[in-house]
Structures are given as structure tokens and as C-alpha cells.
Design a protein around this ligand. Structure first.
Ligand code: HEM
Length: 146
């Protein structure tokens, strides 16, 4: 798990980030698709236009981060999202890519308040949250393959 200081940092920055969801929407997908055009194929299967993506991903990361010291609470929601991810063939190796661009977006939003400590804390938190998704999705893929 995360140490208490990291948990405190995460919980105190969630409201600031959640308030600035627009910046995430604007820059996150744009930058990610520019560097990783292969991901466009996954996202383009949906009805959403690129650049017009909802804030669902970032908002869910923030909601999960608020429960970072009791992640089992987000499992029901993760299972719902995992069905969608699975149908779109989202893979474990995609998570670090999304994490990288989410961290860049978080850094952008916090500006000069983005200390190394805060960015490291978010890197750890995202890693834990991503692991929950990867495990749930992996379990689903295995069930189908059986
Ligand atoms: C959809 C969260 C990682 C690709 C979603 C939705 C949420 C979400 C909340 C909307 C589900 C719904 O419609 O009910 C997250 C979180 C992630 C994550 C919290 C990381 C911890 C990823 C990764 C990929 C991905 C790594 C692949 C690169 C997608 C796609 C959709 C989606 C393509 C459908 C988009 C749409 O309907 O417009 N995700 N996601 N997600 N996610 Fe993720």
C-alpha cells in the first residue's frame, strides 16, 4: 500500500484536479494520440469523436484516488468499466501509456504547484488503480478463454 503521506497528498489534490477537468479533456487525449496513433483505433471503435472524449477516465481515476487506501470499494465500478474495456480489447500494456499522459496532464493543471513529491504520489496512485483494472480485466479474459 501507499504510505500515509502519499495518501494525504493524493486526497488533498483530488479536488483541485477534479475542478480542472477541462484541461485534462483538452490536452490528455490530444497528446496521447499524437505520440501513440495506434491507440486511436481502440478509441475510434466507439461513437465518441477523438478530442471530444468525455472526462470519464480522469474523473474515475480521481474517484478511485479518493479511495486509494480502500480500493476494494471501487471494485463494482471497475467491473462495469472492465466489460467495456474488454469489448474494445484494452490490454495491460496500454495502462502505462495512459498513465504517462495522465501524469503530464496533472502536471499541466497543477502548474508551479506540481512538486516532485505530488507527481510521484500520483504516479504511485495511478499504478495501484491501474493494477486493479488489469487484474479484473485479466480475470475476465481468462474466464472467456476457458
Ligand atoms: C471507457 C476509465 C484505462 C480505453 C472508459 C470509461 C471509464 C474508463 C470510466 C467509460 C465507461 C463507460 O462508458 O461506462 C478508465 C480508467 C483507466 C482506464 C480509470 C485507468 C486506470 C484505459 C486504457 C485504455 C482505455 C489503458 C486503452 C488505451 C477506453 C476506451 C473507452 C473507455 C476506448 C470507451 C470510450 C468511450 O466510450 O468513449 N474508461 N480507463 N481505458 N476506456 Fe478506459
Amino acid at each position: 500500500g501507499l504510505d500515509q503521506r502519499t495518501v494525504d497528498i493524493i486526497k488533498s489534490t483530488v479536488p483541485v484536479l477534479a475542478e480542472h477537468g477541462e484541461a485534462i479533456t483538452k490536452h490528455f487525449y490530444q497528446k496521447m494520440f499524437k505520440d501513440h496513433p495506434e491507440l486511436k483505433n481502440i478509441f475510434n471503435q466507439t461513437h465518441q469523436k477523438v478530442g471530444d472524449q468525455p472526462r470519464a477516465l480522469a474523473d474515475t481515476v480521481y474517484a478511485a484516488a479518493q479511495h486509494i487506501d480502500q480500493l476494494e470499494k471501487i471494485l463494482p465500478r471497475v467491473k462495469e468499466i472492465a466489460h467495456k474495456h474488454r469489448s474494445l480489447n484494452v490490454k495491460p500494456e496500454h495502462y502505462p501509456i495512459v498513465g504517462e499522459y495522465l501524469l503530464i496532464a496533472i502536471k499541466d493543471v497543477l502548474g508551479e504547484n506540481a512538486t516532485d513529491e505530488i507527481i510521484e504520489a500520483w504516479g504511485e496512485a495511478y499504478g495501484l488503480i491501474a493494477d486493479v483494472f488489469i487484474q479484473v480485466e485479466d480475470g475476465m479474459y481468462k474466464e472467456t478463454a476457458r
